[in-house]
Design a protein around this ligand. Structure first.
Ligand SMILES: C[S@@+](CC[C@H](N)C(=O)[O-])C[C@H]1O[C@@H](n2cnc3c(N)ncnc32)[C@H](O)[C@@H]1O
Length: 222
């Protein structure tokens, strides 16, 4: 499915990046582990048409995926799913909370993401989907959108990750690749991620997960 078809399926044909505001914010690519070999390998090995990223923040990892596709002549789109409202770890930490740039009592993080995509020239390879993860997965399932690659980097609590894995598994095509962030076989900062991924792979009889530098990956059987 190309970007045009994704916008028809998810946005009733209205391009969310049309008519950007004149007062675009400056580029701000603060993120976490946004450049990672698993993301580049997913692009070069699967040559995906549709990547879904759940948890985008300011878009640094979205940009890396979109750029890597462009560099390899792959005509694909990243569907960037995020509420752009932050997660518990952002709200609980005063410095990260400031990054949400609340205005009149509501985060304005999406405006930073929007500016980054437009200023970095990848808007024609990205479709934002400002919904919570479970609703976004259901919308994509209803609209018949499947993903070749899913990068999960949203809520890091065990219950969130477990729910996200179950919600997104039907959206991933057979043979597709699932990548999850903040996986650490030694526990790490978010041990719930590791517990949820390991439990999911055991329950669904999935080989893996394989992990490297804080991310893990596993394939959906054909
Ligand atoms: C760690 S950040 C993503 C970082 C990003 N991938 C990068 O490389 O910079 C997590 C993001 O997930 C989003 N998020 C958390 N829970 C979510 C949920 N249930 N549905 C959608 N987005 C969620 C937050 O708003 C936040 O922007």
């Amino acid at each position: 499915m190309n970007r045009h078809a994704l916008i028809a399926a998810l946005w009733h044909g209205r391009d969310p990046f049309a008519d950007p505001p004149a007062d675009l914010r400056p580029v701000d690519l603060q993120g976490w582990r946004s450049i990672h070999p698993y993301l580049a390998e997913a692009v070069t090995e699967l040559r995906p048409e549709v990547i879904v990223e759940i948890g985008t923040w300011k878009g640094a990892s979205t940009l890396y995926l979109a750029r890597t596709m462009a560099e390899h002549g792959i005509v694909g789109t990243v569907v960037a799913v995020d509420t752009w409202l932050g997660a518990v770890d952002h709200w609980a930490d005063e410095t990260l909370f400031a990054e949400l740039a609340t205005e009149h009592g509501y985060p304005s993080l999406y405006r930073t993401f929007l500016a980054n995509m437009l200023r970095e020239g990848v808007a024609d390879r990205v479709v934002p989907l400002p919904l919570d993860s479970v609703n976004a997965a259901e919308l994509m399932r209803l609209r018949g959108v499947t993903a070749d690659v899913i990068h999960l980097d949203a809520g890091h609590e065990e219950a969130s990750v477990a729910a996200d894995l179950r919600a997104w598994w039907p959206v991933l095509r057979p043979g597709g690749l699932f990548i999850a962030d903040d996986y650490d076989s030694l526990g790490g900062r978010f041990p719930g991620v590791t517990r949820a991924v390991d439990a999911f792979c055991a329950e669904f009889g999935v080989q893996g997960p394989w992990s490297h530098r804080g991310k893990c990956k596993f394939r959906k059987p054909e």
